[in-house]
Design a protein around this ligand. Structure first.
Ligand code: XLS
Ligand code: CA
Ligand code: CA
Length: 436
């Protein structure tokens, strides 16, 4: 037992002052016909929760993530598994996400790394059977090892490209072995620093070829889930190819990959791209590609990826509004989030998840209220109602021409102004629904 002093986290309601209780997340509570835990399949990110220990560019670890074992050993890898499952069980988290190198120390020889991965996933499988906890998605870390300094799929080196292929192949094997629902591509080094040394077309085509091979291999070994692109505009690269959802969707369509892929939208990446979280979700949803969510938040005063636990209730509310309206996720809500460097105890790990789970639960409750209230949805419907006319219908069905529309306009005489957008009114409805 690693977290002996921490009880199982239960729902006690908003008035509770118990730091180890949920204030809003009530797993069994039914919201719009579904249990909270079904609306919100939460996942733990192996890397932040079990590996990251507070190191930043200016200082070393502040947190003890040794879990009683020597770091860099297989004993430590196993201790992380045991601690991770105990942690998830105490919180009622039903899924986890992993990179290959989160699970074991990477060896110099990929064959040795793969042996270690086989061993650790055997152990993980035992824990999964014991607890009923499942794998949401797996991925290959193709950005930390120095060999990927100029990209993985976008590298200029055939050898490096093959190392990337090998890692993807193994990560897919592991994802299938663990019954993962999805497989993520986050293109950490797939981009460029300067066009003076970069052939963008060559690099993008090669990334697509690697993804195609991944789909073919995945399907051949029985992977039936979704592949995801996780867009991010920058960091570590100055410019990353999967800039945002619209860019990634265009790329997938261009290369015929859109049937196998969806988006994994991270809140912090959305704001780095100059969008709202809600925007990225909407763009994915209207393209039928809203798959999964990396549930965190950034700091708008900072220009980097801070991966904070979600706290902003407007944001979680508008996120859940998009998710509910799109019919729910096929993936889940992965807390790709880490404690702040001075929040350095085991207790803080729990506080992070309690905050995140409560923020999304509250977001869900609020979003359901907005939908039940109906005023906002009705306003939007009404706003476009002039297209219900006969001519409007002809436009929508593509059965008209510029000439026909032009002669209609000529007969109108003066310009017909569209009605008010009523933004401020809608914002105050939102506040009334949320806080009234
Ligand atoms: C980094 C990304 C990464 C992906 C998985 O910014 O969020 O952690 O989620 O590779
Ligand atoms: Ca992420
Ligand atoms: Ca991030």
């Amino acid at each position: 037992m690693y977290f002996d002093n921490i009880p199982e986290i239960k729902y006690e309601g908003p008035k509770s002052q118990n730091p180890f209780a949920f204030k809003f997340y009530d797993a069994e509570k039914v919201v719009l016909g579904k249990k909270m835990k079904e609306h919100l399949p939460f996942a733990m990110a192996w890397w932040h929760n079990l590996c990251a220990a507070g190191t930043d560019m200016f200082g070393r670890d502040t947190m003890d993530k040794s879990f009683g074992a020597e770091k860099g050993t297989m004993e430590h890898a196993k201790a992380k598994v045991d601690a991770g499952f105990e942690f998830m069980q105490k919180l009622g988290i039903e899924y986890f996400c992993f990179h290959d190198v989160d699970l074991v120390p990477e060896a110099d020889d990929i064959k040795e790394t793969n042996k270690r991965l086989d061993e650790i996933t055997d152990h993980i499988l035992v824990k999964m059977k014991e607890t009923g906890i499942k794998c949401l998605w797996g991925t290959a870390n193709m950005f930390s090892n120095p060999r990927f300094m100029s990209g993985a799929g976008s590298t200029n080196s055939v050898d490096v490209y093959c190392f990337a292929a090998a890692q993807i192949k193994k990560a897919l094997d592991l994802t299938v072995k663990l019954g993962g629902k999805g497989y993520v591509f986050w293109g950490g080094r797939e981009g460029y620093e300067t066009l003076l040394n970069t052939d963008v077309k060559f690099e993008q085509d090669n990334i697509a070829r690697l993804m195609r091979m991944a789909v073919d291999y995945g399907r051949s070994i029985g992977f039936t889930g979704d592949f995801y692109i996780e867009p991010k505009p920058k960091e570590p690269m100055k410019h990353q190819y999967d800039f945002d959802a619209a860019t990634a969707i265009g790329f997938l369509r261009q290369h015929g990959l859109d049937k196998d892929f969806k988006m994994n939208i991270e809140a912090n990446h959305a704001t780095l791209a100059g969008h709202t979280f809600q925007h990225e979700l909407r763009i994915s949803a209207i393209n039928g590609m809203l798959g999964s969510i990396d549930a965190n938040q950034g700091d708008l005063l900072l220009g980097w990826d801070t991966d904070e636990f979600p706290f902003d209730i407007y944001d979680t509310t508008m996120c859940m509004y998009e998710v509910l309206k799109s019919g729910g996720l096929t993936g889940g809500f992965n807390f790709d989030a880490k404690n702040r460097r001075p929040s350095n105890t085991y207790e803080d790990m729990f506080h992070g998840f309690i905050l995140g789970m409560d923020s999304f639960a509250l977001g869900l409750i609020n979003a359901a209220k907005i939908i039940e209230d109906g005023r906002i949805d009705n306003f939007v419907k009404e706003k476009y109602s002039s297209f219900n006319s006969e001519l409007g219908q002809k436009i929508l069905s593509g059965n008209t021409s510029l000439a026909e529309l032009s002669s209609y306009a000529e007969n109108l005489g003066s310009t017909n102004e569209p009605q008010s957008g009523r933004q401020e009114h809608l914002e105050s409805i939102l506040n009334a629904v949320l806080f009234g």
